[in-house]
Design a protein around this ligand. Sequence first.
Ligand SMILES: [Zn+2]
Length: 299
Amino acid sequence: MPYTTYLVEKGASHSFVAEAKPPTVTMPRIKALMTGSLPGFIDIVRNLNSPALLEDNVIRQAKAAGKRIFFYGDETWIKLFPKHFVEYDGTTSFFVSDYTEVDNNVTRHLDKVLKRGDWDMLILHYLGLDHIGHVSGPHSPLIGRKLSEMDGVLMRIHTALLSKERETLLPNLLVLCGDHGMSETGSHGASSTEEVNTPLVLISSVFERKPGDMRHPKRVQQTDLAATLAIGLGLPIPKDSVGSLIFPVVEGKPMRDQLRFLHLNTVQLSKLLQENVPSYEKGSHPASTQHPAGAAQKG
Ligand SMILES: [Zn+2]
């Protein structure tokens, strides 16, 4: 992926390895990306019949803030977020042997949608790479060709966003990520390193251009994306998110803003802790000052 490599190594971007928690299957991983929380193993059972997502999430917050969201790709998103997309076209992942049509069905919308100015968020979920893995494994000669195709898609989107910025003078954010990895046999669902490691690349002209390290990327959690996106878009952080703001992303901001972002994340996390841990007590409780040892135990 030469264009993506260029962006990671020399472009205005931040890249990470984001760790996905098992089960490494699509539905719970989309949930983790958008809610910042950790769904249970029951989700693997529901994976074939994804119900609408009830937990607070970035999509819901974006819609509530009046953002217009378009979606093309894996129809799991449409099941999770049934009334959230202004325009959408779902692709079924049922025919796993197809790795061409599933992606053409996404890409065919690109030219038109990238010229339009009536959306705030565009989500694309490609399936072909995953399908090639299932059918012929991660070392298949088809993988290289597919990655090259995806690199071309990323280049088209990035180029279009940059030319849009010249008109609107507003910066965009382009996020490249995977919902899960791929095992040595081309499958996923479990907790091997290859299955839980996913790429996360954030690209925006607001970032400083500094050399990225492809070989030793920083590690973050997949669940950190929700809080980071929410803060970046000026939305409330989803209520049940356990994620932390991916700090390098805001390092170029004035100190005052950085502190405010950290404060927002901390308040949200401490609220979550307060609601979910019965023994949670505020530091101002007399017990914590008079009996520090006891307070520490409770904490
Ligand atoms: Zn798969």
